[in-house]
Design a protein around this ligand. Sequence first.
Ligand SMILES: Nc1ncnc2c1ncn2[C@@H]1O[C@H](COP(=O)(O)OP(=O)(O)O)[C@@H](O)[C@H]1O
Ligand SMILES: [Mg+2]
Length: 311
Amino acid sequence: MTHMTTDTTTVATGTPILHASGVTMRFGGLTAVRDVELSVNSGEIVGLIGPNGAGKTTFFNCLTGLYIPTEGTVSYKGNVLPHKSHLVTQAGIARTFQNIRLFANMTVLENVLVGRHTRTNEGLWSALLRTPGFKRAERASEARAMELLEFTGLAHKRDHLARNLPYGEQRKLEIARALASEPGLLLLDEPTAGMNPQETRAAEELIFAIRDQGIAVLVIEHDMRFIFNLCDRVTCLVQGEVLVEGSPSVVQSDERVVAAYLGTPFEGAPGAEEVAEVNAAEAAQADDAAHTSAPGTTSTTSTTGTEGDAK
Ligand SMILES: Nc1ncnc2c1ncn2[C@@H]1O[C@H](COP(=O)(O)OP(=O)(O)O)[C@@H](O)[C@H]1O
Ligand SMILES: [Mg+2]
């Protein structure tokens, strides 16, 4: 990993930079996020976990100005954030998406350059007229973009089209593009989804390196080993509400978190009976499958299924 220079303003470690207070998001009759309180301190990597549909991505969308929360406020470095994603990016929060959003027909380098536009001051006319100032800014931008490609291990792919990259590298490119806006806080929505174990390990190293550059990180992930190894603090959302918040060891050993992930209903959980019925039906089907499958094959059932994400 090469050294990367940042012009991120340094803040004393441990001071809160992001604070979400009483954030509620309703879609018609559905409350996807309910009264969520969450803060991220400078120098921290904070994890956001919870079963599918818990409201994690919706909460990210509230933080980044994509959604206007029904209730609550989000502040960054003491200022309440506007409900406009480009203004949130400008304020210093960058993100990646659960469903990768790259410009498929642009090169790797071009994708990162797009990410820089919030940090370049050159206007439309200087771009059209290609003034010396514009050309200078363009060279500086390209140098910075290449630095970020080195940092994320994609420099050798600079001229490849984004759509031709393997999945793991597309995720890295999204991170490089997010870093191009020179954020103070990076939000990652399932950065290792679809990655193999080696790629996941590399992603972990990359996130530590990002933190070491002075960028705080808030990360959504399903891979518990990854989360508990990476994060300073973890918040678990269930059905839109904070179930538990604390150090990885506290959250990891909380029986309600274990229950939420295993699909075992904990006492008093709404819909517990329905979950129990579905689990029983699945177990019965798994038995059938085990009896009918060819010798030597193993049958597995997943209670989580594939991610159905908000578009
Ligand atoms: N734009 C939307 N309109 C209506 N319902 C939505 C929208 N986005 C998300 N939801 C619903 O909100 C809930 C939380 O979804 P999401 O935030 O994607 O969960 P997670 O990321 O934790 O899997 C789900 O029930 C989902 O169907
Ligand atoms: Mg999600």
